[in-house]
Design a protein around this ligand. Structure first.
Ligand SMILES: Nc1ncnc2c1ncn2[C@@H]1O[C@H](COP(=O)(O)OP(=O)(O)OP(=O)(O)O)[C@@H](O)[C@H]1O
Length: 602
């Protein structure tokens, strides 16, 4: 199923590229490095000297040297240009140590930030009794982004500053050498610059879309590889292929969109860098004829355009523009990932018999949920509202085909409601990322899934880090201890899961779910193959477990054991205790009679 990822912050909606937050983060981290930055910029001025002098020296070499019959003077002037180039090399060499003292501390500061945030998150989650994110993976991904950030900042400081100095120096040189040629350059250059700046926003959005599409493919692929055994066992290949195909299509679409926006940058180069040369060359005969410019000045002006301004503009639009966008997007992602989380919940003890009254939201909150299997189909669930408190136990009953399993899928976030929503401890399930949803919600279906492997592998499948004591407690509480002993202990193999009875498979699935970190457990007729005593034992164990329990009831006793019962009758659902519903709901009373009849007949 495709789930749309929600932005982590409300601010993300007003900062679609996430870049504003990224630039603020970068500015905050660069601020303490101002002295080194000033030294970098100081050396840049010296690096700009050849660009400033190039056109003027060539013009003088032509007019006062070669055309005046003094080639020695011409060569001497060109020699001076060579010396100016040498000066640029020396200035660049001297600038590098200062560049390093800007970017290396920047990288260290960002890594500290990322690792600190991952540790805070992991500690908060452990305090809450459930591990929802893998801190090592988060740190690995984010430090990779920090590395990109450091490299991009270094490349930009090295190149952008050189290009900016070159453009300014070339324009100043041109203005001094041939002021009359300046309008021919500025008239196309100004709108080209305006277009370039206007393109940055759309390009940033397209680039971020592509980054997100790449990340989604990686996430889908990772999930598919990790769950390959389940996918094959449940025959879900088609669905998984569909999800992957959708992610790949989205990435191709994002790539095309970015390519389209990037193509417009060619226009910037054409208008800003090439049109001025054409205009100047076309106007040169007239300007020379009327004595407004000398041939040397025309050659010098063309040199400023062709050798300095043009390449600088081309580099600015082709690479530096990309780097700026990439840096904005990468720092935006870092800022988003390391900012305080709005959905962070206070740490709470993992278990404990006494619960103090707390202002925390209900474990499960269903508000106005309506769902139909098609636009013209009658709703299976209509405007359903109910809450289940922490450690609450709700039973769902109703005739066959009324929508009990559909409701289970809606509560688990496997189906999206057409209207209304479902929240788990105050957070809409639609806003939970898929990994967290899988950890927080466990649905145990009627047909229990047991795979060929050891008993331990089967029991720790949803919580690989479960301790021996946690396993012992789970198998004892759900009534699975004898089965584990019969199978030969945790390390014994289950080579053929079909050799287990349906009830034994259900016991394995129940113990596995009990040991998992799930905070909402939905038993969808998951105990139907157990004898009534074992079923009662398992349900009581789940009801006492932290979190919320929803039982799609198979026997009437399941409803009696619950704090409250939801009766689905296809019209207006009723919620209440067993006693209340015996009075209020004819259907509930009927079902009770029917069940009791069946039970007695047996
Ligand atoms: N994938 C689906 N597409 C279309 N209709 C569906 C789909 N799944 C279930 N339905 C229909 O939705 C209604 C509710 O089905 P659901 O399985 O939720 O009922 P139920 O109460 O769990 O039934 P049972 O007790 O027999 O398991 C039924 O009419 C069913 O035919």
């Amino acid at each position: 199923m495709i789930r749309r990822e929600q932005p982590r912050h409300a601010a993300a909606a007003s900062d679609p590229g996430g870049m504003r937050a990224g630039w603020s983060l970068l500015a905050a981290e660069l601020r303490p490095r101002k002295p080194a930055l000033v030294r970098v910029l100081g050396w840049s001025v010296l690096e700009g000297v050849p660009a400033l002098l190039s056109g003027a020296l060539v013009a003088a070499a032509i007019d006062q040297g070669f055309l005046a019959g003094r080639p020695g003077v011409g060569f001497a002037l060109l020699g001076m240009l060579g010396l100016a180039m040498l000066l640029r090399v020396l200035a660049t060499y001297a600038m590098f140590p200062h560049l390093a003292s800007v970017v290396e501390p920047l990288r260290d500061a960002l890594v500290r930030r990322v690792v600190g945030d991952a540790l805070d998150t992991a500690l908060a989650e452990q305090g809450g009794g459930a591990r929802r994110t893998d801190p090592a993976a988060a740190v690995a991904r984010l430090t990779e982004q920090v590395e990109s950030c450091r490299n991009l900042t270094a490349s930009l400081l090295r190149t952008l500053r050189q290009l900016a100095v070159t453009v300014v120096a070339a324009l100043v040189g041109l203005a001094v050498l041939a002021p009359l040629a300046l309008p021919l350059v500025l008239i196309p250059l100004v709108p080209a610059g305006w277009l370039f700046v206007r393109l940055l926003g759309p390009l940033a959005r397209r680039r971020r879309d592509l980054l997100l599409a790449d990340e989604r493919i990686a996430a889908e692929t990772g999930r598919t590889v990790a769950g390959l055994r389940d996918i094959v066992a449940l025959g879900a290949q088609e669905r998984v292929l569909g999800d992957l195909g959708t992610a790949i299509d989205a990435q191709a679409h994002a790539t095309r969109q970015l390519a389209r926006a990037s193509a417009l940058r060619l226009l910037v180069v054409g208008v800003g860098a090439q049109l001025p040369v054409v205009l100047l060359v076309a106007a040169a005969p007239v300007l020379i004829r009327h004595g407004m410019l000398t041939p040397g000045e025309v050659a010098g002006a063309v040199l400023y355009l062709v050798k300095e301004l043009g390449p600088a503009l081309r580099a600015l639009t082709a690479t530096v523009g990309d780097w700026i966008l990439e840096l904005g997007v990468v720092t935006g992602r870092l800022a988003e990932a390391t900012a305080p989380r709005e959905d962070a919940e206070p740490a709470q003890p993992a278990a404990g018999p006494v619960r103090a009254p707390s202002p925390r939201p209900a474990a499960l909150d269903v508000y106005g949920v309506t769902f139909a299997y098609g636009p013209h189909a009658a709703p299976v669930v209509a405007d359903l509202t109910l809450t289940v408190p922490d450690r609450g136990h709700l039973a769902v009953v109703g005739p066959s085909g009324v929508g009990k399993s559909t409701l289970a899928a809606l509560l688990a976030g496997l189906l999206a409601p057409d209207a209304g929503g479902v929240a788990l401890y105050g957070i809409p399930v639609a806003a939970l990322d898929p990994a967290r949803l899988r950890r927080d919600v466990a649905v145990v279906p009627q047909e229990a899934y047991v795979f060929a492997g050891t008993v331990r592998e089967n029991l720790t499948y949803l919580h690989p880090a479960a301790t021996e004591a946690e396993l012992d407690r789970a198998v004892r509480l759900v009534g699975c201890r004898d089965l584990v002993a019969r199978l030969g202990g945790y390390e014994a193999g289950i080579p053929d899961p079909t050799a287990l009875s349906a009830g034994e498979r259900q016991l394995v699935a129940l113990a596995r779910t009990f040991v998992s970190p799930a905070r909402l457990v939905i038993l969808d007729e998951a105990t139907c193959h157990l004898d009534p005593a074992t079923e009662a034992l398992a349900e009581r164990a789940f009801a006492a477990r932290p979190g919320a329990l929803v039982v799609i009831a198979h026997r009437m006793d399941s409803a009696r054991r619950a704090d409250r019962v939801l009766v689905l009758d296809g019209h207006i659902p009723a919620v209440g205790t067993h006693e209340e519903l015996m009075d209020r709901s004819a259907l509930y009373a009927d079902l009770t009679g029917h069940w009791q009849g069946v039970h007695t007949a047996r």
